[in-house]
Design a protein around this ligand. Sequence first.
Ligand SMILES: [Zn+2]
Ligand SMILES: [Zn+2]
Length: 114
Amino acid sequence: MKGRCECGKVKFSVETVRETVTICHCSQCRRTSGHLWASTHAPFADLRFETDQGLEWYASSSFAKRGFCKYCGSSLFYRMTDEDGIGIAAGCLENTGGLRIGKEIFRDDKGSYY
Ligand SMILES: [Zn+2]
Ligand SMILES: [Zn+2]
């Protein structure tokens, strides 16, 4: 499975990802994504970067960071500091045929427009 940011300065592949996508409605995810955060998951060690030239990390809290492309602004990753895995934005994957929404979290924080 391949993924990339909008401009292509972050490109990676990963053998398999979790087939369920988690939707997060928390205010932080809504801001960084522009709407809501939808991600699957994989062991970080399984990611192979064709290029990570644009990859930048933002410490979004004391326990987690968010990966984005510094050239085009695409939100790509979410990773807890102490975890071996990484959340991968479903929207940056090229073939999402096997994926489905598994759960939604922080629904009480969702925007009132949807
Ligand atoms: Zn980019
Ligand atoms: Zn969130």
